[in-house]
Write a protein that binds this ligand. Structure first.
Ligand code: AMP
Ligand code: GLY
Length: 423
């Protein structure tokens, strides 16, 4: 079988790595991919949101299964376009991708079907939003409705911070149309975790739990990033809490999607806040998390290709998914300056020394090849992902591997998974 994976980050490297281990998969293409992916798949120079070119490529190459990594092509309707041509594709169509593409749609959906989430109100008028903020007081959370590359959410600790956020989104239009509607919501305190599941619209199978580390510096300090590391499983989601998530979040979600005629086939990712053991949904994503997918797939025992193909074909009920008992930890190495503007083109050394390790895989995120050297080309550069008998062991393995890697200006957090170890 021929597979096309769309995207070029650490998530896509992990997907390609796991798919390449399936005996059913003969050939993998990745658009656009990165230096690490090019070692196990053929990278093609098509951007992840160039739907027309991707469609032509999939038709020309007789691709059996296309897997979409990032959210942008999903919200733009890549799945609708492929389905119209009778091509098999893993991911929700544009109507399902609204769960990530519009926070207002997601919140209203949760309200309609009784999913646990923070109390909120939606505004299009700055004055009304300001009045509501005054009424509710700080701390309070302000969110732009549309996709804003993870930058459209403000946790305002004071009234002034909340007003600044409203001004930035609604008056200065910092996120353009994505900020034409704003959500003002209750601030929840607790521990965050990522809960992903495969669904074909009828069956839903949870994946191993994980926890991301959003801030750039140790002890959750500094600005938010795409994610600086993750581990799996997340002990904050006990078996009981996982059952509650299935009962109060995932099953009602599926029922709601059906009721609204949304044909959702792919992965659904709930960003949760666990408050005193009770899960609340902060957001939905219509794709695999990054970096979470890296440690999660390291633990997957089953064949990913079989599971994805069955999902796309609506046969998920035939699939069983099993996990390794070991834990895994992924530490992201970023470029100097990230998450603001960052350096590029720095030569990375030491990767060869890690190639034959059994318990470590270095997933590439922002890398490319220049004059036979692997160089940095993105903000998040590598995801050093290790497995171990428990989280502590996996953490040690990951950091031991990092000691062998070098590029100028490299930055990584030293405390990935400490929260789980201290539990
Ligand atoms: P979102 O994109 O909606 O998940 O928001 C990004 C981040 O903002 C989350 O991962 C949380 O850290 C934080 N966040 C979002 N909503 C809330 C909330 N209601 N209360 C506290 N923190 C929140
Ligand atoms: N790591 C967070 C996300 O993928 O949205």
């Amino acid at each position: 079988m021929k597979v096309l994976v769309i995207g070029g980050g650490g998530r896509e490297h992990a997907l390609v790595w796991k798919l390449s281990r399936s005996p059913r998969v003969d050939k993998i293409f990745c658009a656009p991919g990165n230096a690490g992916i090019s070692e196990i798949a053929e990278c093609i120079d098509i951007k992840a949101d160039d739907i027309g070119a991707l469609l032509n490529f999939a038709r020309y190459e007789w691709i059996d299964l296309t897997v979409v990594g990032p959210e942008a092509p999903l919200t733009m309707g890549i799945v609708d376009a492929f389905k119209r041509e009778g091509l098999r594709i893993f991911g929700p169509d544009a109507s399902g991708a609204r769960l990530e593409g519009s926070k207002v749609f997601a919140k209203d959906f949760m309200l309609r079907y009784g999913l646990p989430t923070a109390e909120y109100k939606t505004f299009t008028s700055y004055l009304h939003a300001e009045e509501y903020v005054r009424l509710k007081g700080a701390p309070i959370v302000i969110k732009a409705d549309g996709l804003a590359a993870g930058k459209g959410v403000f946790i305002a600790e004071s009234h002034d911070e909340a007003i600044d956020a409203l001004k930035k989104i609604m008056k200065e239009k910092a996120f353009g149309d994505a900020g034409s509607r704003v959500i003002v919501e209750q601030c929840l305190r607790g521990e965050e975790a990522s809960f992903m599941a495969l669904t074909d619209g009828d069956t839903i199978i949870p994946l191993a739990t994980s926890q991301d580390h959003k801030r750039i510096f140790d002890n959750d300090k500094g600005p938010n990033t795409g994610g600086m590391g993750a581990y799996s499983p997340a002990p904050v989601i006990t078996h009981e809490t996982a059952d509650v998530v299935m009962k109060t979040v995932m099953n009602p979600l599926l029922k709601g999607l059906k009721r609204e005629g949304i044909d959702y086939k792919g992965v659904i990712y709930a960003g949760l806040m666990i408050c005193d053991g009770k899960p609340y949904v902060l957001e939905f994503n219509c794709r695999f998390g990054d970096p979470e997918t890296q440690p999660v797939l390291m633990r997957l025992e089953s064949d990913l290709f079989d599971a994805m193909k069955a999902t796309a074909e609506g046969r998920l009920k035939d699939i069983n998914i099993s996990w390794k008992d070991e834990a895994s930890v992924c530490v992201v190495i970023s470029a100097k300056g990230y998450p603001d503007s960052y350096e590029k083109g720095k030569v990375i050394t030491g990767l060869d020394t890690l190639k034959d390790e059994d318990n470590v895989v270095v997933f590439h995120a922002g890398t490319s090849i220049n004059n036979d050297n692997i160089v940095t080309s993105g903000g998040r550069v590598l995801g050093v992902t290790a497995i171990g008998k428990d989280i502590k062991d996996a953490k040690e393995n990951a950091y031991k591997a990092i000691d062998k890697i070098h590029f100028d200006g490299m930055h990584y957090r030293k405390d990935i998974s400490d929260k789980a170890i201290k539990r």
